[in-house]
Design a protein around this ligand. Sequence first.
Ligand SMILES: [Zn+2]
Ligand SMILES: [Zn+2]
Length: 427
Amino acid sequence: MQSPNFEQKTFTDSDQTQNLAGPPSSSTPIVACPDCDALQVLPRLRSGRSRCFRCKGTLERRTGRSLDAALACAITTLILLFPANLLPLLRLEYAGVVSETHAGSGILSLWQEGWVLVAVIIALQVVILPFFRFGLLTASLGAIYWGIDESWIGPAFRWSEKLDAWAMPDVFLIGCAIGYSRLEPYAPVVIGAGGWCMIAAALMAMMTRASLDRRSIWRRIKAPVASFARAEHLTCTVCDLLLRPDAAPRRCPRCGQPVWRRKPYAIDCPAALTLAGLVLYPVANIYPMSTFSSRFIHTSHTIFTGVTDLVHAHLWPLACLVFTASIGIPLLKLVGMGWFLLSIRMGSQKRLVFKTELYRVINEIGRWSNMDVYTIAVFTPMVQFGQLARFHAGSGTPAFLAVVVLTMIASENFDPRLIWDAAGANR
Ligand SMILES: [Zn+2]
Ligand SMILES: [Zn+2]
């Protein structure tokens, strides 16, 4: 088989002198792509975005991004999280009985029904981690904005970025919207003060992500030791700092991330988690996600029948959204991860750019699968009217949540550079 001709951009010592003139600086324009490990000069941008010459991944995006806007959005989100969690989200009146739900009500109901692990995971994703994410982000961006130079800023910003995928006020909002749309035709649902704050917090969380350019933030955080760039290099995958090849295993001096040539167990761990997800996926689809009982009817819903119910209620956009998030995305994640692992094992040299792009998509959208679980967390405490009507989480819920969480951990622990290594691109 003919070996593909990988485009190479090598850097000579004179390039380094040109790029790293003067004392070594944390603002070096040479970066190694975190997805394919191609070493390249990062152009200084005022607008637009720069892409990796090899895998086409976005390296830096400047349009609409600024430290001031990101800091303002992060502070606003952090402030809004307090009333969003303390005040009532939704209020429902059914047969003369009034029911109110808070962000923590669903967690408490699931805990009381015996779904302890599900309750703990939702509590982390919806209540606890958003405070940590936006608290750390506010502290680190604020310190950079006011010119504070402390060693904690790098690790604080790294953790805030790490928690971005796991803190989910925006996904919770979509879950609430689905719950609201399904209840509204049967009983009047009123959005409470906490609900409006949750909407604002979720929108501001999205605005924070949209206005933040992590690469330009990292350039503003000083690296305490000299960076080093040549063909034999090690890269911190979090802050792009280039390090001497003898650096591993140790922590990045700027962000505190352990630095390895490639992530440890980047094949075994994702393979085991993907396999576990593959076993649980049919369980999550066969068993009911929820049950509803009243004086006249007793029904249970799987993920698929939940989608058909939305279709029958003529809520087509929501039906498409739930089908994509709850059935399509988990399947795409399982098939995609299986494909990456298999192609590494076989040393495949085909569709490397497509596989890397697919990996980025999988890593980015995986969190949105949680919305169906959040709908149940909103429903459960609201529809508790004694003998009149009761709503419970079904045995499919923990299996489905496990699929979502396991595949998220699998894609986070996978190292896409191995796809390029296996094809011989990084020799
Ligand atoms: Zn790349
Ligand atoms: Zn780093």
